[in-house]
Design a protein around this ligand. Structure first.
Ligand code: WT7
Length: 648
């Protein structure tokens, strides 16, 4: 039976961690949390030095933090290797033969890689990278399905000091090309195809198209054979992964890298037309991943931990690969869709593999609710002990359903607020300590000095909305936008003087809990994916029939936000239904399926202020049906509305 999830549930209950959970947790009381948080803010050097001592260093740092606003260097003078911390250090311990990655493919194949096996694969592939010309500092694009080799490729880059940039498998050829060109990559690692909802995503074909359109710097393409689909092999450029692995040996010492050596670049949408290459470096990022897995997921050796994100998003980087492996945990990985072959695939997997910690997105939870409880209740989910969410604010209905149906009323839920830019969790409950309330990410993680401020940068009173800012540097913070320090400074550190501005609006309640409202810049959150309206607009206006475009979000029950495009056509062009379909396909083709518009509405003209700024607030109201404009299937006269709004 599916439920109506559009009703607004008011849920005032507070959910305290059970005594049993608290007893075993690393942070087991609010007193302990507060004491450690205070120390992390007052004495960050001492706090982070203690955490950093858990890692393997080839050379110890001389200074914990060097902060010249807005540029931070963490663990100055230190040398280490991320892959050594995720792999080598578990060898020769009880973890050597423990599962590092347990994987299931969408068609149902099963694989387990122990730490020893994963180490061997990574060392060999690191040698393959070298053999194909990748050197320390070179950029490598990874465009892979959700298979263990995606993690192998990332860790192998880390081992040789190459900088990976993973492109989500749902992005198109154009997006791949743009990323290759922006970061100046010389190598691509991909697969012939990957499985998604029963069909094959033609990954290699997309790479071929990207390289036809540009990306001339690419010397080699390494192709993993996954789906067996027919592909083109470009002699001299394309090589097979399995063949290359035959030529190399399994010895590859981890390169000693500076704490601030770049680890990866990950592109994310912002409020301008061009995605930003978020740059993360070695030591600080790893510490952020490691400490959050330790304290927020409270990972144990006996856990089977499953994060359902794709490896192409930061969640996959931090919480499938770097965090869990640096803890020596067992990460479960699944290749495909949650509703393939049927709606209960996830619950089947949890039951079969006895997953204990499960981390997913509110948008997925809302889909599960819609599919109906019977898909869940026929499986035994009693192995679960902890649940997490990420990606957008969770509505109380979804929280309660997750708590009852998936968590059996016994699992704490950690609602983790963070961003591509922050590297790891920033505002989150501690599962053995923090009393949770449905819909709030609660309190800051260690070292996070979060506040809510008004337009003048002044902290706002309790329950008043404002901008969410971070007032102190933290280890996992982005170091820059790749190749554009000025844009980094401008985007994150100029809106509120002296602080990092995240782009989100929030308020704090009487307990100091942060309630994230959502983006207050022109960025949409569609099914947990960040999509810049400016990026969509620039794609739309690049179509020959389009004169102007404005894109806004409309609340959507399942996806959080839906994409609504207002479009005016050029003189002599007809705004007909076929054009609407064509534009939808065009955006999908240029950016990728994640950016497919939900509505395209043709307008005579876009409503503008006297200074020529598009009146987005008005368009948002029109998009969500708060302002009725008559027949929305034909041309809309928004000019009239604009006049009305101007007269206000
Ligand atoms: C934006 C960051 C962090 C990995 C996934 C998304 C929103 C994220 C929460 C949460 C409310 C959240 C914010 C943020 N967001 N987590 N728990 N509660 N909002 O990463 O693509 O960089 O997006 O996602 O709006 O700014 P991202």
């Amino acid at each position: 039976m599916s439920q109506n999830i559009s009703s607004v549930l008011v849920e005032n209950r507070v959910f305290k961690p059970s005594k049993d959970f608290a007893k075993r947790a690393r942070i087991s009381s609010m007193e302990q949390y507060r004491k450690m948080w205070k120390e992390s803010i007052a004495k960050p050097d001492r706090f982070w030095a203690r955490e950093a001592a858990d890692l393997v260093w080839q050379k110890k740092w001389t200074k914990v933090l060097d902060w010249k606003l807005p540029f931070a260097k963490w663990f100055v003078g230190g040398k280490l290797n991320v892959s050594e911390n995720c792999l080598d250090r578990h060898l020769g311990t009880a973890r050597q033969n423990k599962a590092a990655i347990i994987w299931e493919g969408e068609p149902g194949e099963k694989r387990v890689l122990t730490y020893q096996q994963l180490h061997r694969e990574v060392c060999k592939f690191a040698n393959v990278l070298k053999r194909n010309g990748a050197k320390k500092g070179d950029r490598v694009i990874i465009y892979m399905p959700m298979i263990p080799e995606a993690a192998v490729a990332m860790l192998a880059c880390a081992r040789v000091g190459a900088v990976h940039s993973v492109v989500f498998g749902g992005f198109s050829a154009d997006s791949i090309k743009d990323r290759i060109e922006d970061c100046g990559a010389s190598l691509v690692v991909t697969a012939d195809g990957g499985y998604r909802r029963g069909s094959i995503v033609p990954l290699k074909k997309n790479v071929d198209d990207a390289l036809k359109a540009g990306g001339k710097n690419i010397k080699k393409v390494i192709v993993f054979k996954r789906a067996g689909n027919d592909i083109h092999i470009e002699e001299g450029r394309d090589v097979w992964w399995h063949r290359e692995m035959e030529y190399v040996d399994a010895k590859c010492p981890p390169t000693a890298l500076d704490s601030e050596h770049p680890l990866f670049i990950l592109y994310t949408s912002g409020s301008t037309g061009k995605p930003k290459g978020i740059l993360h470096t070695t030591a600080g990022y790893l510490i952020q991943c490691y400490t959050t897995c330790k304290y927020v997921f409270d990972l144990r050796d006996e856990d089977v931990y499953w994060c359902t994100a794709d490896i192409g998003w930061v969640t996959g980087h931090s919480y499938i690969v770097y965090g869990p492996l640096s803890m020596g945990a067992t990460a479960f990985m699944y290749e495909g869709a949650p509703n393939w072959p049927e709606n209960d695939r996830f619950w089947r997997l949890i039951d079969e593999y006895k997953v204990t910690v499960f981390y997913t997105a509110p948008t997925a939870i809302r889909a599960f609710i819609r599919w109906g409880d019977e898909w869940v209740t026929k499986h035994d989910l009693s192995s679960l002990r902890l649940l997490g969410t990420v990606g957008e604010p969770i509505n109380p209905e979804a929280w309660m359903w997750y708590h009852k149906l998936i968590g059996g009323g016994r699992c704490p839920i950690v609602d983790t607020w963070w961003q591509t830019e922050t590297g790891g969790h920033m505002i989150t409950p501690f599962p053995g300590a923090t009393p949770t309330k449905p819909g709030t990410a609660t309190l800051p993680f260690f070292g996070v000095d979060a506040a809510i401020v008004d337009d003048d940068g002044k902290e706002v009173p309790m329950n008043v909305g404002g901008k969410l800012v971070i007032r102190k540097p933290w280890p996992g913070m982005l170091r820059s936008i790749y190749g554009d320090k000025a844009r980094y400074k401008q985007t994150y550190w100029s809106e509120v003087k002296g602080s990092y501005f995240a782009g989100d609006g929030a308020r704090r309640d009487k307990d100091g809990y942060f309630w994230i409202v959502g983006r207050i810049d022109d960025v949409l959150n569609v099914a947990g994916h960040r999509i810049g309206t400016a990026e969509l607009e620039s794609v739309l206006v690049s179509h020959p029939a389009v004169a102007e475009a404005a894109v806004v979000g409309r609340p959507d029950e399942l996806k959080g936000q839906a994409i609504v495009c207002f479009v005016t056509v050029k003189n002599g062009q007809q705004a007909h239904p076929e054009l609407r379909e064509e534009l939808r396909k065009y955006v999908r083709h240029v950016i990728g399926p994640v950016a497919t518009p939900d509505d395209i509405r043709f307008a005579e003209a876009l409503p503008k202020t006297r200074s020529g700024k598009i009146m987005r607030r008005l368009l948002k109201q029109v998009a969500s049906g708060q302002v009725v404009t008559g027949d929305t299937t034909t041309l809309e006269d928004l000019g009239v509305l604009a006049k009305l709004a101007n007269d206000d």
